[in-house]
Design a protein around this ligand. Sequence first.
Ligand code: FAD
Ligand code: MG
Length: 370
Amino acid sequence: MGLNSFFTSACNYKRVAAVFIMLFVVSCSEPRDVLYKEQIFVFGTIVEINIWGQTQKAKQAAAVITEDFRFMHQAFNPWQGGSLSRMNEIFPTKFAFSVSPTILPVILESKELSSQSNGLFNPAIGRLVKLWDFDVATLDATALDSNLTLNKKIEKRTPPDPKLISDLVLKNPTMNNVLIEGISIRSDHADLALDFGGIAKGYAVDMAIQTLQEFGIDNAIINAGGDLRAIGQRDNHNWTVGIRHPRGKGIIASIEINQDESVFTSGDYERFFEYEKKRYHHIIDPRTGYPVEDVISVTVIHPNATIADAAATALFIAGPQQWHAIAKSMGIKLVMMIDDKFNIYMNPAMAQRLTFEPNKKFNITLSPPL
Ligand code: FAD
Ligand code: MG
């Protein structure tokens, strides 16, 4: 029915009033059935804020989160003009100074997680990470493929001088070389520099979820380049998220999120170059100073994104032999690892959570329960 005929033939006073009131109610209340989306390029990746319903609040919360992410991006940069880079300049002097309140929680958490991982997760190897220098992703048209994901392959690179690598490995700075008393911090190791590339995204995601909850938002996903934490539901259905296939496009499996969970994957495809037909990537074994060779991806599910992020990095380095013991020591209950021969290792509880893509065959080894 056109507007004209509505008002001339069918119209009576009561009906118009009812329609008017209905329109008024709809325009005054928040539409609850929309997905609010915002994207921002930080930490060398695209972070997506997805909020289901509550559009007005969603816009306000996303603005706060965006500002926080920009601040953290600067503060956590190990070498360029933020709090952490200033700390990394002072550490070699061994003088004590006041720790940045933004960085302190991540240092404390990293000390704990590093110790639980037997030093495999070791943010104190900032100099070694810098020597390999994988942080080259910038946001320009060529950095994005058609699915709006970043191309992580770095062209024309060679591995660093082996002598420089072995020197830094021998020096072996660890998180125990970071000494904290109240707000005073110092290092007793001249070669220590902190790099939070393996945990900062998780921490930022946790902070963003906390902000959403303070705004009273119950249903959302913060997705930092495929690493995410999801809360609540979408349209009364659990969120379902995919785990990226470590080779090629698409996903390898999907997971239904249980109310509030983080899913973090460390992969050899995130930052890498090839030299003489060998892949060199950004996850460095502190024991050798070289990228880990026999693993291509590790996925961890955990309620806390900071822990999930650090654990995925640590278990990647632990490899097929040690992942189970290190996961136990870190209190991780859900793990999947894919090795370089495409064997999949996981604990039984993880196997129950995953739905693998059809028509793809995998050699799966189940571990004892975690
Ligand atoms: P993860 O497995 O979670 O972490 C791998 C990262 O952890 C490595 O890149 C390294 O930084 C660190 N690491 C390596 N070995 C170890 C180890 N044994 N123990 C502990 N940590 C280890 N990248 C860019 O390309 N461009 C940018 O502009 C850029 N800006 C950034 C700004 C900030 C503040 C931060 C924190 C990171 C930035 N990065 C940037 C780095 C990029 O985001 C990292 O590659 C990313 O954090 C790694 O996440 P991941 O999930 O891929 O791998
Ligand atoms: Mg990580």
